[in-house]
Ligand binder design. Structure first.
Ligand SMILES: Cc1cc2nc3c(=O)[nH]c(=O)nc-3n(C[C@H](O)[C@H](O)[C@H](O)COP(=O)(O)O)c2cc1C
Length: 170
């Protein structure tokens, strides 16, 4: 049995792709080590993060995240038990609100802003995005997201920007 926690928070600064690279570099090895899978959605000022794994591990990660000074006004929007992970391919997937595919999926569900969506639709939309991104990754890239040594993120040969992490290159 796993737990899934979804929180939303506000960034202290306007969010830039570099901020995400930094957060990813910290989070990816931790999440791999603790068997956590997660998917982070962001726009200019907000984060929406789905974290799943064993209850104790998710609780521990949430403790660190909640005290992180980069964001504030963190609100847990859902805490639930689940028998299966929704983001099993992603130790730390990241996707931007402005991503073309995300916008399309969100619009198709009838929303202009995912942050305003019903939480079950949030999960549905992000799950679709994650599945689509994962299918377009090469085998090497798929391996790389589990390879802790690959955490030095802007390695061009692994292209861990747009495709894998959903980040736009600068
Ligand atoms: C929006 C956001 C999401 C984060 N997600 C994770 C995460 O999934 N896993 C993780 O280990 N750290 C995550 N972090 C980073 C943690 O808050 C923290 O900086 C990191 O775990 C290192 O903690 P420590 O300095 O107490 O060792 C996130 C930070 C932010 C701002």
């Amino acid at each position: 049995m796993f737990v899934q926690t979804i929180y939303q928070s506000k960034s202290r600064m306007r969010i830039k792709p570099n901020d995400l690279l930094e957060i990813t570099a910290q989070s990816l090895p931790n999440n791999v080590e603790h068997g956590i899978t997660s998917y982070l959605y962001y726009d200019d000022w907000n984060y929406l993060h789905i974290i799943e794994g064993r209850a104790a591990k998710v609780a521990e990660a949430m403790k660190h995240i909640a005290f992180d000074k980069r964001h504030h006004s963190l609100k847990v929007r859902l805490m639930t038990r689940c028998s299966k992970r929704n983001f099993e391919d992603w130790p730390f997937g990241v996707v931007a609100a402005e991503d073309f595919e995300v916008r399309r999926i969100v619009r198709n569900l009838g929303y202009s802003d995912l942050l305003q969506a019903n939480i079950l639709d949030v999960v549905k939309a992000l799950k679709r995005t994650a599945g689509r991104k994962y299918r377009t990754m090469s085998a090497l890239e798929k391996r790389a997201i589990y390879d802790v040594d690959a955490v030095d993120i802007p390695k061009p040969k692994l292209n861990l920007t747009e495709d894998v992490l959903g980040l736009r290159s600068q």
